[in-house]
Design a protein around this ligand. Structure first.
Ligand code: K7E
Ligand code: CUA
Length: 663
């Protein structure tokens, strides 16, 4: 504190006055870092992090896994966007994963990663994530960190309140953001929003063994915007809560027109009731075309199937499935406390954070303490469902997560801070600035029945001056805070891939215990797998040439191929014969149109190549796999379409000899 000695009294007074306003403007970072922060995030070389963090990439369409507390990036998992780094969406095996009813869509906007749950706890089996723009839900297998399934969601537009798991992953729930015209005639004037536009909330059944997803039913709900959701748990198991905005039902200039009413809604959905109606045959099948893409670990290949109908329940007719609770000013997050009793709704433009009580809500429903209806849905009286309000929380509350000690943490976008408050008394106990404009936040296990706590991660929208500049676009970033004590303490900033809308985190052992190290070669059922070098071959079928190739340290077989002709379509099916952890091989050929292959031990992957000219084309392994990696190379000879050069191939002694084309 020595430098302060020189300050005049006046300056001290200014400093004190400024400090009083810290709720509105972040302090300088240096003043909020405590002395042992570096030690708390230092994971020594060779040591492992304590926690996995899975963050969405937003407009990158992917998911990234980080280690916490170090913030080290571990892996980018390709999901909705093609990724030439490992061939995702380019290889013959993975292309089908990106099929939709709109055709092949190699990009999406991914927001909310969601770990699968057992008894309300992250179980480390799967990670689900939503594609917003072309509505889809993906399932990543956490044993392999690979996307295994992508299911398109029909009757949806902007798949934003999605995907949220129920307590035992009975369902993954996907709510539409935009209401859209649904049914036979969707070619209607936009001005007919109130008559023709509806929302759809999809309850996607998850097979507990394989994880396969299927839409069990869709609830057709009033035409407003559905923003975020959480499932009930414990006390509120069997329910789901959605935040809704645009109860004005505006279709233009929502910025103004959807901020008219004093309150929007939280929608409470009794999905157990919906299940009963389905069992009673009250659902109606509606024609809808949507794609279902699955990757099979045995064939190492994806297949698409096209679904033609979806079962719907209309909440205009089945009135005791859904209820509206009024909620101040454009709610964004709708979050449920660990015991399932409190539903926290954050209105972006609201001055308080309302906390609803599940018990009071169900009592009010039983006693019909309603305030009329909105589009045939009963509106529960605000006070009847309210547990209380968090007063003066800050500006622009967005999202809330919970720790293991009875506290809630709410992100404040406008005042750029995290506010900590006590769940049962709703009193604010601490606040800490974020740099800058926090969106979601993530407490480790923060949506579990028993949160792990210890850290909260802020997912910020803006970084401005926090990192070395990189031109007009600056890095996106997360910030790590220690929440093990009474006060929150900033520990670390770390850059992220894409825009990390939301993230989920869980203790490392939950994920590590299921890790797969190799794919067993003996179980490889890929139709073009060569399981040893004797099985390698090159076969012509008209203009199609298939190459059964193997890769092992440190050669490819065959590595000399002749007799390919201009105009051929060549398919390199490369099987990695290795059965050791962390020994992928790569494959690339000169002039390849779009990607390389990165083949895991025991796996087969295929690249299609259409040579554009004659000559000899080098190919090689792209992943530095051994001391003789650079020797892992070969040649493919391409002759004119009418050439007499015969199809020959081999490696070493079997390589083709002296073939000269006849004139
Ligand atoms: Cu960024 Cu969840 Cu799409 Cu809030 S959403 S911030
Ligand atoms: Cu195989 Cu480098």
């Amino acid at each position: 504190m020595k430098p302060f000695i020189k300050h005049s009294k006046l300056m001290l007074a200014v400093a004190v006055a400024a400090a009083a306003f810290t709720g509105c403007k972040p302090k300088k970072a240096e003043t909020v870092i405590s002395g042992d922060a570096a030690q708390k995030v230092y994971v020594a070389p060779g040591k492992l992090d304590e926690v996995y963090l899975f963050a969405s990439g937003g407009f990158s369409g992917q998911v990234a896994a980080y280690g916490i507390p170090s913030g080290r990036l571990l892996k980018v998992i390709p999901v909705f966007s093609q990724n030439p780094e490992n061939g995702w969406g380019y290889t013959e095996e993975t292309k089908a994963m990106l099929n939709t009813s709109h055709g092949f869509i190699p990009w999406d906007d991914a927001h909310h990663p969601q770990l699968s749950k057992t008894d309300g706890m992250d179980d480390g089996r799967w990670l689900f994530i939503n594609g917003n723009n072309t509505p889809r839900i993906a399932r990543i297998n956490l044993a392999t960190f690979k996307t295994e399934e992508i299911l398109e969601v029909p009757n949806s537009g902007g798949n934003h309140s999605s995907p949220y798991c129920t307590e035992n992953t009975e369902y993954v729930v996907a709510g539409t953001r935009f209401s859209v015209p649904i049914g036979n005639n969707t070619d209607v004037p936009i001005t007919s929003y109130k008559e023709n536009f509806r929302g759809a909330l999809s309850f996607i059944n998850v097979d507990q063994k394989e994880g396969n997803m299927n839409i069990a039913f869709q609830l057709l709900v009033p035409g407003v915007d559905y923003d975020l959701a959480r499932s009930g748990k414990g006390a509120s198991h069997g329910w789901m809560f959605f935040s809704c905005y645009n109860s004005e039902q505006a279709h233009t200039l929502l910025e103004v027109n959807a901020s008219q009413r004093d309150k929007d809604f939280i929608m409470a959905v009794n999905w157990k009731k919906a299940e009963e109606y389905v069992k009673q045959g009250k659902g109606k099948k509606m024609p809808a075309t949507y794609y279902h893409n699955k990757y099979d670990e045995k064939t190492h290949s994806a297949k698409s199937t096209v679904e033609k109908e979806v079962l719907t329940l209309d909440t205009r007719e089945l009135k005791d499935i859904v209820y509206f609770i009024p909620c101040p000013k454009s709610p964004h997050g709708a979050d449920v406390s660990p015991d399932g009793e409190n539903i926290v709704a954050s209105g972006k433009l609201a001055a308080v954070i309302p906390v609803f009580s599940f018990k009071k809500l169900t009592d009010a429903i039983a006693k019909k303490t309603f305030d009329g209806e909105f589009d045939n849905v009963s509106v529960v009286k605000y006070e009847a469902a309210l547990a209380g309000e968090v007063q003066k929380p800050g500006l622009g509350p967005l999202h809330t997560e919970f720790d293991d000690k009875g506290y809630a943490y709410t992100s404040m976008f406008v005042s750029s801070e995290i506010v900590k408050w006590k769940v049962d008394t709703r009193e604010v106990v601490d606040r800490v600035p974020t740099y800058y404009s926090i969106g979601h936040l993530c407490v480790v296990g923060g949506d579990n029945k028993k949160p792990y706590g210890k850290y909260v991660i802020a997912l910020n929208k803006i970084t401005k001056d926090r990192y070395l500049p990189t031109g007009p676009e600056l890095t996106q970033s997360a910030q790590l805070f220690d929440i093990s004590g009474e006060k929150m303490n900033l520990l670390l900033d770390f850059p992220t891939i894409g825009e990390p809308h939301y993230a989920q985190a869980c203790p490392a052992d939950v994920i590590m215990k299921n890790q797969k190290k190799i794919f067993e070669l003996s179980k490889n059922e890929h139709p073009y797998a060569a399981k040893n070098e004797q099985e390698t071959k090159v076969v012509r079928n008209g203009k199609r040439v298939d190459v059964w190739m193997t890769a092992i340290r440190s050669h490819l077989a065959p590595d000399n191929i002749e007799g390919i002709k201009q105009g051929d379509e060549v398919y390199f099916h490369v099987t990695n014969l290795e059965q050791d952890w962390d020994v992928p091989h790569g494959f690339a050929i000169k002039g390849a149109e779009n990607t390389e292959l990165l083949i895991m031990p025991g796996e087969t992957q295929t690249i299609k190549w259409t040579p554009k000219s004659t000559g000899v084309f080098p190919f090689y392994c792209t992943d530095f796999c051994s001391a003789l990696h650079q020797e892992m190379q070969g040649y493919a000879r391409v002759s004119p379409a009418n050439s007499t050069v015969a199809l020959k191939y081999g490696v070493g002694d079997t390589a083709p000899k002296d073939q000269v084309a006849q004139k």
